[in-house]
Ligand binder design. Structure first.
Ligand code: RP5
Length: 164
């Protein structure tokens, strides 16, 4: 992406990339600039603090944060940044079916929201970030409207195929 990034995608480990790539792919599809980085709440807390403290000053408008296990990254980033944070619970291999990741990200205290998507739901995180940006950018909004039209058309197609 050539423009200054509007969305910051961060994850607790490079092992989360396979899932988090889903958010990047959607943003690319919508033509939205993003940056992507590994920021660990537990292993690089200073970097996490610095990232969350400065992201809005660098022009980032939405943060998508993914992590697995004791997934504190999205919540801790949300506690520092004024930006909306979309949290992606990543099912890490040693997890208890991913519930650890889901609950760590979902169960935030009142006052510090994280918009939590489904387990491994990075694609929806990308769409949600686009929708947030679309509220102040008519070009992105049009793309989201077209995207939803395509979803509808795909279901119509399914119905037609069933009739055959
Ligand atoms: C979390 O622990 C990461 O977000 C990742 O989902 C999980 C495993 O990390 P690695 O051991 O693969 O670095 O911090």
């Amino acid at each position: 992406m050539t423009h200054a990034p509007l969305v910051g995608i961060i994850m607790g480990s490079k092992s989360d990339l396979q899932v988090m790539q889903g958010a990047a792919d959607v943003l690319k599809e919508f033509g939205i600039s993003y940056e992507i980085d590994v920021v660990s709440a537990h292993r690089t807390p200073d970097k996490m603090f610095e990232y969350a403290k400065n992201a809005h000053l660098r022009g980032i408008r939405v943060i998508i944060a993914g992590a697995g296990g004791a997934a504190h990254l999205p919540g801790m980033v949300a506690s520092i940044t004024p930006l909306p944070v979309v949290g992606v619970p990543v099912k890490s291999s040693n997890s208890i079916d991913g519930w650890d990741s889901v609950l760590s990200i979902l169960q935030m205290p009142a006052g510090v929201p994280v918009a939590t998507v489904a387990l491994n739901g990075a694609k929806n995180a990308g769409i949600l970030a686009a929708q947030i940006l679309g509220q102040s950018d008519p070009v992105i909004l049009e793309k989201i409207i077209a995207y939803k039209e395509n979803l509808k058309a795909a279901v119509h197609q399914m119905r037609e195929e069933l009739k055959k």
